[in-house]
Every structure is written in structure tokens, then in C-alpha cells.
Design a binder for this molecule. Structure first.
Ligand code: MG
Length: 108
């Protein structure tokens, strides 16, 4: 298993060494840009989609480090939360399936 906390530190060390921007707003925009690049490559059937995904994660890990978040812990917790979530399946007027989350006291 990857140690995401160590990866967060490695990413930030590399950014500092290279003198990259430390502006969090820019990082949000860059993460979005990388996801857009992934979709563009996917949509055109070009290679490199997974590398763009990696770029997105690099920005998320870097931002998590700057903001003091433990993304590994958040990721594990969120996956478990998603497993516990309950949904009902409905049909749209066009006949497509849609899933509606059932809100609970634990997961409002
Ligand atoms: Mg990229």
C-alpha cells in the first residue's frame, strides 16, 4: 500500500525545490485543468489519460499537505462511508436509471 502522507511530503518538497507557486487558489485551478486534460485525451482516444489522473492526484495531495489534511485517512473514511450509503433506484421520464441517496441521521 502507498503511504500517501509520505507522498504528500515528497510532492511538497519537490514543489519547494522547483520554486513552484504556493498559492492554493492556483492549485485548485491546476487540478481542475489536469482533469480537463484527462477528459480531452480520453475523448479523443489519445494516450496519457492515466498520467493526467496522476497529475490531478499530485495537486490534491499537495493541497492536502498545505491545508493540513491527511488525505489517506479521508480517502479510507470516505470509501467506507460510501459503502454504507443506501440508494433507491428510480426511472427518469426518459426511462434512464437514476440513484437517489437515502439520507439518514448518520449521513444527512
Ligand atoms: Mg498534465
Amino acid at each position: 500500500m502507498i503511504d500517501l502522507k509520505k507522498l504528500q511530503k515528497d510532492i511538497m518538497d519537490n514543489k519547494r525545490k522547483k520554486g513552484f507557486s504556493n498559492d492554493i487558489s492556483t492549485d485548485f485551478c491546476r487540478a481542475y485543468e489536469e482533469l480537463s486534460e484527462a477528459f480531452s485525451k480520453y475523448n479523443k482516444g489519445q494516450p496519457g489519460v492515466a498520467e493526467e489522473f496522476a497529475d490531478v492526484i499530485i495537486f490534491l495531495l499537495g493541497m492536502s499537505d498545505k491545508l493540513g489534511y491527511d488525505l489517506e485517512k479521508e480517502l479510507v473514511n470516505k470509501v467506507e462511508k460510501n459503502k454504507r450509503r443506501k440508494f433507491i433506484k428510480e426511472k427518469t421520464p426518459e426511462g434512464k436509471d437514476i440513484f437517489i441517496r437515502i439520507k439518514t441521521d448518520e449521513d444527512p
